[in-house]
Design a protein around this ligand. Structure first.
Ligand SMILES: *[C@@H]1O[C@H](CO)[C@@H](O)[C@H](O)[C@H]1NC(C)=O
Ligand SMILES: *[C@@H]1O[C@H](CO)[C@@H](O)[C@H](O)[C@H]1NC(C)=O
Length: 993
């Protein structure tokens, strides 16, 4: 708790790319040598004073006033049943207008999946999209084609007593998964509520995007409304993923009877678990209340479009969710798994060159340099001619590409609207967009002008493009293509896509002649905006300086804008029958910015076709990824698009990866990166990583050293930092250089393993980063384990997440007789971790600075390759294998190979590995040719050393192996000459006796 308290104190003093800033200037800011720039007044971004419903003691509980529904006209269908639902009494109209007549449909869509849908029975033109999320934006999962209804694991029943309710059970064990029994269904045009009880001390995961422990707990409200905000704990942030996993643990008695356990204490008992998943296909602003009694789901529109996945393992649910519902994640190019360096403030080609040179000088791999700059561009389609000139850029990028390195620029979601009175301000992408009807509108059909970094801006209308055929997507493809002809970027980074706007409403209407204008808050580094935050924990080592630092912080805190005080009056609305209030819905969600129009495009902004932003707010970030994916397909023809996006929705993983947003250089955020990553595994976005070493505030060598090592085991590995903070590239501190190199050598050696995991994820929806509870489902004490994680099934990472610590406490799942007696090997020594460890036992592990504990799970064969300075170089190095034998002396693994970039590779090869305590076998299958030789292997857990060894029955020279009795490790090396054509051209076997 102390940690979190100091977190909030420090956060108050941080500069964040979003709203938070302490110095607010109402006067025009004056940059040296430039004419005065109009600064938006902070009042432009203020809305009404809203009291969220969940914090309002006077709020009406719909359960006390609404009548519920009665079901009738039950009809059996091929795969389920339908019924009519009619209001069971006088309308309550509590937060909208009750819909009197509803339709229920239950459809078993596969042997592990059932769909329960409740929607208005009569929908007339003009209001479909209030209720039905168009399939063109978010596809509806459909029944599996060859599915014939059979004995199903899930059952659905309903009751009219006292009003309509439905219950979903796991048939096999009779466990109730979801039941609205005893609660009233509320269905209005701006408010839906349904409630299910849940078992005591339930384990729920997901419902993102949120900064929270992995297990959500039994006392949390999750608000889903995309917001441009720093990574505020427990608040609504960038993405919306209305999906959860529910894991339940049972004890099993001798007769096989299952008993639910809430709080497993007895580590000697035998447990089993069942996990199911629930997805609500609804994109409206919504709130999910997790309370000890159960779950309350409230949305401000749409329908009840629920999907249940029976699992019974977490991996089964996640796979089924991705396969049937969201679509499988995009396969990434091999190079994207290299290390990425970014910062806000790499403000010219020359600076980027310097960064690349520094990495080379310190011999630290850097695969990609990124550019975030909001002042001097590159702005989509137009580079600043001085700092980012095209010719200089062409030279820089040619050299970068020749070195097998890459470049990714930021693309903001808003488009600058140039000053019509200043010909020098011309911005052709804007003019062409106007021409193409590419932008969102005001209700009267005029263009909506908000404000973002460059000044007054417009916003591409993806929804209109998808639903109404207006021009945004084609225009976007064209603009990015034009830009790519001048700047040979390798991927794109989509930012501000919630979609952010720094003022309420169309504040630029009539004001474009003021452009460019300054945001309504100071930027880091501007006059009067000192970045004076001391690194966290500074007081531990520098007590006197820390005193002045903390007094500066409290001054800052006092100056920060305060939220509504308890005495201020709140703006509340009551429903008008038949009329929706989209600006101030009667049900006020707990939005971090209060009023829905604050810091975002307003709910009454209008899409081509007449659709309101109110109904599609959570779609912007998802659909800009769709449009950008299509653009990159055109720009890099035949290649896999590489996109990292900020705002995501269920299904965004099929187009893009995600970074964790604006975190801070605090130890707490290094920890939060793990639960956030595990959640995105569940959401089908395996390409995930966070701003390593911290975005906001000043990092320090200890934090950065730990973090560079931790992120080396995340699929997306990027260091990123805010403007104005001290530098934090891995080469700025000597200890971080060493720590980084150590971790990067492991990461780059593991690239073939990581790439294989990514391939499996994109082919079948398995996960890359995994929770311990997913891999070891029979250990209830792992339910909230989120300070350790697995990378695939073979590797466990137990990072040190605490300042000043040189040890870390961690568990070794699967050990002992209760588990399957998993054996774990230390990555660095190859030695098995002691036999004495008990299930669930917290073991103290040495973790001095510069060392990240990594373990190999017995039973795995992990393919590795010599680490190079780039992924291209690594891919040319000889192969190796790490064999970690299980207790029975067995191990297996696999390797995926292709050209590393083609959308549809012409040739692929899979290699299957098996090992025993007398052999290693590799069986390749496929036609991808890789000519690298096979150089070495390490076999861990071999009790007895060999006397003789053979490769394909040919005797191996004793000079090629060595056995270490003490560690029980067999090393094979110098085998390259035995594989002149390459490691995977034919089946081979090494055996010994
Ligand atoms: C919209 O939906 C409601 C509820 O289903 C319906 O009663 C109404 O007639 C519909 N049409 C319009 C234009 O509001
Ligand atoms: C739930 O959390 C809130 C604040 O986070 C706290 O005030 C409240 O007491 C908690 N309720 C329960 C039942 O623990």
């Amino acid at each position: 708790m102390a940690l979190l308290a100091s977190t909030s104190l420090l956060l108050a003093g941080l500069y964040l790319r979003t709203t938070s800033s302490v110095q607010i200037s109402e006067t025009p800011s004056q940059a040296a040598g430039h004419p005065p720039v109009f600064t938006l007044p902070p009042s432009a971004d203020r809305g009404k004073n809203i009291l969220p419903n969940i914090k309002d003691p006077k709020a009406i509980d719909p359960q006390t006033v609404c009548p519920g529904y009665k079901a009738s006209n039950l009809q059996d269908t091929k795969d389920g049943f339908t019924a009519d639902l009619d209001l069971a009494g006088p309308a309550c109209n509590v937060y909208g207008t009750d819909v009197e007549h509803l339709a229920l449909s239950v459809e078993f869509q596969g042997d592990d999946r059932v769909h329960v849908e409740i929607r208005p029975r009569y929908i007339t033109p003009g209001n479909e999209t209030w209720f039905l999320l168009p399939e063109e934006l978010v596809p509806r999962p459909s029944a599996r084609q060859a599915y014939t209804p059979g004995p199903n694991d899930l059952t659905v029943s309903w009751s009219n007593d006292p009003s309509f309710s439905f219950t979903v059970k796991r048939g096999a064990i009779g466990d109730t998964l979801f039941s609205t029994e005893g609660k009233r269904l509320v269905y209005e045009d701006q408010f839906i509520e349904f409630i299910s009880t849940l078992p005591e001390d339930y384990n729920l995961y997901g419902l993102g995007e949120v900064i929270h422990g992995f297990r959500l707990g039994n006392n949390l409200t999750r608000t889903l409304f995309a917001a441009d905000v720093a990574d505020t704990i427990d608040a609504n942030i960038y993405g919306s993923h209305p999906v959860y996993l529910d894991t339940r643990y049972f004890t099993v008695d001798e007769s096989g009877k299952l008993t639910y356990v809430a709080n497993a204490k007895d580590m000697a008992a035998k447990y089993v678990s069942y996990t199911h998943g629930v997805f609500l296909r609804n994109a409206h602003a919504q709130e999910i209340l997790l309370q000890s009694s159960g779950i309350t789901w409230r949305t401000t529109g749409g329908s009840i479009d629920l999907y249940f996945y029976s699992g019974p393992k977490a991996e089964d649910v996640i796979r089924s969710y991705q396969q049937s519902t969201t679509g499988l994640p995009a396969m990434q190019r091999y190079w994207t798994l290299g290390f990425h360096q970014c910062r806000w403030g790499y403000d010219s080609w020359a600076v980027l060159q310097e960064v690349v040179d520094n990495f080379a000088k310190f011999e630290i791999p850097v695969e990609t340099v990124w550019c975030e700059s909001h002042s001097s561009a590159p702005r989509m389609g137009r580079n600043d001619p001085v700092r980012f000139g095209y010719e200089e850029g062409a030279r820089f990028l040619a050299q970068l590409h020749a070195n097998h390195q890459h470049y990714v620029p930021i693309v903001d979601s808003a488009i600058y609207a140039p000053n019509p009175e200043n010909p020098g301000d011309a911005y052709p992408p804007y003019d062409r967009g106007v021409e193409a009807n590419a932008f969102m509108m005001n209700p009267d059909g005029s263009i909506y002008y908000g404000a973002v970094w460059p000044g007054y801006t417009v916003f591409p209308d993806w929804v209109g493009a998808v639903l109404n055929g207006s021009g945004a997507i084609d225009w976007w493809i064209d603009e990015l293509s034009r830009w790519s002809e001048k700047v040979a970027f390798d991927g794109l980074w989509i930012d501000m896509s919630e979609v952010a706007s720094f003022c309420v409403g169309s504040c630029g209407t009539g004001n474009l002649t003021l452009n460019p204008v300054h945001p309504p808050f100071g930027l880091p580094g501007e006059a009067g905006n000192l970045v004076l935050q001391y690194p966290e924990g500074f007081e531990l080592t520098n007590s006197s300086e820390a005193v002045s630092a903390s007094s500066a912080l409290s001054t800052q805190e006092a100056a920060s804008p305060t939220t509504a005080s308890p005495t201020s009056s709140f703006y509340r609305t009551t429903p008008t029958p038949g009329v929706r209030n989209v600006d101030w819905p009667p049900y006020a969600i707990n939005n971090i910015h209060g009023d829905l129009a604050v810091h975002a495009v307003s709910p009454n902004a209008t899409h081509h076709g007449g659709y309101l932003e109110y109904d599609f707010h959570n779609m912007f970030g998802h659909q800009i990824l769709n449009a950008t994916y299509r653009a990159l397909l055109k720009i890099h023809e035949g290649k896999r698009p590489f996109i990292i996006g900020r705002s995501t929705f269920a299904g965004s993983g099929k187009w893009a990866g995600h970074w964790g947003g604006d975190n801070a250089a605090l130890w707490a955020y290094m920890y939060f990166s793990i639960p956030q990553a595990l959640s995105f595994s569940l959401f089908g976005v395996p390409m995930f990583g966070v701003d390593t070493c911290g975005f906001g505030g000043n990092s320090n060598y200890e934090l950065c050293s730990r973090w560079m090592q931790l992120s080396a085991f995340f699929p997306f590995y990027r260091n990123h930092n805010i403007l104005g903070a001290i530098p934090q590239e891995p080469y700025v501190w000597a200890s971080v250089i060493d720590a980084t190199k150590t971790a990067m050598r492991i990461r780059y050696a593991l690239l073939p393993y990581l790439y294989t995991l990514m391939a499996r994820a994109s082919l079948e929806g398995s996960t890359v980063m995994r929770a311990l509870a997913w891999e070891f489902p029979d250990e209830p004490w792992l339910a909230d384990a989120d300070r350790q994680f697995m990378l695939g099934r073979a590797i466990m990472v137990t990072p040190c997440l605490e300042q000043g610590a040189s040890t870390v406490r961690g568990v070794f799942p699967g050990v002992g007789d209760g588990g399957k007696k998993t054996v774990w090997y230390d990555w660095y020594t190859g030695k098995a971790v002691t036999d004495e460890i008990k299930p669930g036992q917290n073991v103290t592990i040495e973790a001095p600075l510069g060392h990240i504990p990594v373990y190999l799970r017995g039973g795995s064969v992990v393919p590795v390759q010599g680490p190079g300075m780039t992924t291209t170089e690594s891919r040319r190095n000889p192969w190796g294998l790490i064999v970690a034998l299980d207790r029975e002396g067995f191990a297996e693994g696999e390797l995926y190979l292709d050209d590393g970039e083609s959308l549809e590779p012409a040739a692929v090869t899979w290699v299957q590995f098996t090992a025993t305590n007398t052999s290693i076998t590799a069986v390749p299958q496929g036609d991808y040719v890789d000519n690298n030789t096979f150089g070495n292997a390490t076999v861990m857990g071999l009790a007895k050393g060999p006397v003789r060894m053979w490769l394909n029955r040919r005797v191996l020279d004793h000079a090629n192996w060595q056995y270490d009795q003490d560690r029980a490790v067999l090393l094979l090396y110098g085998l390259n000459h035995l594989f002149p054509q390459g490691a995977w051209t034919d089946k081979w076997e090494i055996n010994w006796e």
